[in-house]
Ligand binder design. Structure first.
Ligand code: 13P
Length: 350
């Protein structure tokens, strides 16, 4: 294992004021989003959409890495240039989603285990040959009555750790994504308690499986009340609760934390990221300056490119507008990394 190469890649992914663009939706998920907009659900449409995103002029100014899907990493621009080459030439690091999706966990109704370890070593070597330099795996945890169970948390944590160790062996930086869904009516406190438990278990397993923490990225959820919880939280409450949860769970050796957006609107995700980073430059509580050991950045899917998809609508004449929408969200989130995002940037300021 080339440790220094892994460390350098991980640091570059979370460096300065850039973040990551996740366009790794599986074909069925991408098709579902196309169907809502009546865009044909074909391989060519998925290719065209991803081409418009990665060829956005200036994208490399705000984006350090792009996460691709198996279909996408094998695709080319209309002129035949491989997507991986397009991304690298924009100064962006190509990455790949390598899990095979969340499946029902036996004996645990309502819970899932992410599959994809079988044959993973060979797939990782193939992706590395194709030019990928990091790889993502998503575990999904649901909050409900008596769940997530210990069995579900531990099975997913161990699976994440085994995938991460295999990535590092293949020279790929693992982007470890344990997503606690924020879709129910649970309180901010319950979301925080579950996210803390999940992250602590994940790091115990990463340590047990000998994953080099300096050569990985964590991709967690922000800590939010469930979307149907009657008591929603302020931006500051979400920021403080999320940072507290991370400080209690994530070792300082990890270079960066790149949040998923998890269905938040683009603006809200930017506001939350901004508030967290603002804490770096301001007083956390009277007389105490909070200094975070890791970079706090973004690895958003929907919160970065849903506006572009809505505008594109499958029409060539809308490509420019769609690219501008993507660049705008990338710019907003880059500002949020520095604590300099304002809602005026989105034209929604008070
Ligand atoms: P969202 O930001 O849309 O949640 O997607 C990020 C991601 O990569 C989910 O696995």
């Amino acid at each position: 294992m080339n440790e220094q190469k892994l460390i350098d890649t991980a640091k570059t992914l979370v460096a300065s004021d850039k973040g990551l663009l996740a366009i790794d939706e599986s074909s069925p998920t991408c098709n579902k989003r196309f169907a809502k907009l009546e865009i044909p659900q074909t391989e060519e449409c998925r290719r065209t959409y991803r081409e418009l995103l990665i060829t956005t002029p200036g994208l490399g100014e705000f984006i350090s890495g792009v996460i691709l899907y198996d279909e996408t990493i094998r695709q080319q621009k209309k002129d035949g240039t491989p997507f991986v080459q397009v991304i690298a030439e924009a100064g962006i690091i190509p990455g790949i989603k390598v899990d095979m999706g969340a499946k029902a966990l036996a004996g645990h109704p309502g819970e899932t285990i992410t599959e994809g370890l079988d044959g993973l070593r060979d797939r990782l070597y193939e992706y590395a040959q194709m030019g990928a330099r990091f790889a993502k795996w998503r575990a999904v945890l649901t909050i409900g009555t008596d769940i997530p169970s210990r069995g579900c948390i531990e099975a997913n944590a161990q699976t994440l750790a085994r995938y991460a160790a295999l990535c590092q062996e293949a020279g790929l930086v693992p982007m470890v994504e344990p997503e606690v869904l924020m879709t129910g009516d649970d309180s901010l406190e319950r979301s925080s308690e579950v996210t803390t438990k999940v992250l602590q278990t994940v790091f115990q397993q990463l340590y047990t499986q000998r994953v080099m923490l300096e050569g990985m990225i964590l991709k967690p959820n922000m800590v939010l009340p469930g979307s149907t919880c009657p008591q929603q939280a302020s931006v500051e409450e979400v920021a403080d609760t999320t940072v507290q949860c991370l400080l209690r769970s994530v070792p300082a050796a990890v270079p960066g934390i790149a949040f998923l957006s998890g269905g938040q609107s683009g603006e809200l995700a930017s506001m939350h990221l901004n508030a967290m980073n603002l804490r770096l430059r301001s007083r956390f509580s009277v007389g105490e300056t909070l200094r975070l050991p890791w970079a706090l950045t973004f690895s958003f899917g929907r919160a970065l490119h849903q506006p572009a998809l809505d505008l594109w609508h499958g029409k060539e004449s809308n490509i420019l507008a769609a690219q501008q929408a993507l660049l705008h969200r990338a710019n907003c989130n880059s500002a949020a990394r520095q604590g300099e995002y304002t809602t005026e940037m989105d034209g929604t300021g008070a």
